[in-house]
Design a binder for this molecule. Sequence first.
Ligand code: AMP
Length: 374
Amino acid sequence: MTKMILPGSTIGIIGGGQLGQMLALDAKQTGMKVAILDPTPQCPAGQVADEQIVAPYEDVQAIQQLAQRSDVLTYEFENVDLQALEDVADDSYIPQGTHLLYTTKDRLREKSFLRQAGLKTAPFLPVHDEEELAMAVEKIGMPSVLKTSEGGYDGHGQQVLRSSADLAKCAEILATHNCILEGWVPFRMECSVMVARNEDGAVTTFPVAENIHHDEILHISIVPARISPRLQARAQQLAVQIAEAIDLRGILGVEMFVGKDDQLYINELAPRPHNSGHYSIEACNFSQFAIHNRAICNWPLPKIKLLQPVLMVNVLGQHVAKVREQIAQHPNWHFHDYGKAEVRHNRKMGHVTILTDDVEATLRDIQRSGIWEN
Ligand code: AMP
């Protein structure tokens, strides 16, 4: 039995955005101390942590400082400097290790791992230049999508190819990035499952979220996803298969397509809490943040129960003023405001969670509020 990290110990988090903030809020509840590394003073997580080291994420000395002050080290996003993490790995406790990050940082490695583990993905090929793109399009066909292998998020660094006229639009991405070409999956729904595993190999999964995107940014999650119980169970089973194949410690978000053929295709892995799991704060017996903290501290992992169906709506820069204005009109909405100083278009500023026994009626309420019109 591996040693548990007990209350009074310090969790160090690389990154101080909303995911770090919600991890820190949960950690404080269990008597942990929290140290954050983030370049922005008073970042969302810094506002609720015991201390913040204000420095760039790739500042090796700052990561070392964070490691020295922490009993356990974690991160809230995947673009952590791998080398810097490896450099401190010998002298600090990083239960997630670096292999998970190494795999999920790069779409080509991630998809190759998924295939080797026996999971379905869209067909894909590596692409480094225009010649390879032409060959890949020949094999995979169109529609397809060219994605940067590293560093993309929320649809950034992607080009959809519907006809050969779109090939020319790829020049800029290809000039600066290694890419992969993916075949288009005709899907009827996008969904995701959060899965966690601890050092002792205990695994737990969350209910399946149905995800609706606007402009490639998550807009609404509906839980449970409106698919058959059999498919829901299958999605959870695949998430467990991935967790075991990658020897997971901590939480992992598994994004999937429910194909028109009713098959589940894995799209992406997120080695951290995920936007589509925020609903769990109010709707489950334990939140995704509590489960990540428990998993990295090697506490036992409970079976997750959904207490009530739920909707989670993201609040972006263009929505936040209206959301704040409407607090008084929606007594049953849980408003989360991350406390970001700068409001920008499409920036995630907060989210709203609504527990409901009538999902369709609540979807209409959301529409009627006028908050998410654009
Ligand atoms: P990603 O950054 O890979 O999550 O892609 C952003 C969004 O683009 C996804 O949420 C899907 O809506 C869409 N998308 C990406 N890849 C594919 C694909 N291979 N087939 C169909 N839709 C895709």
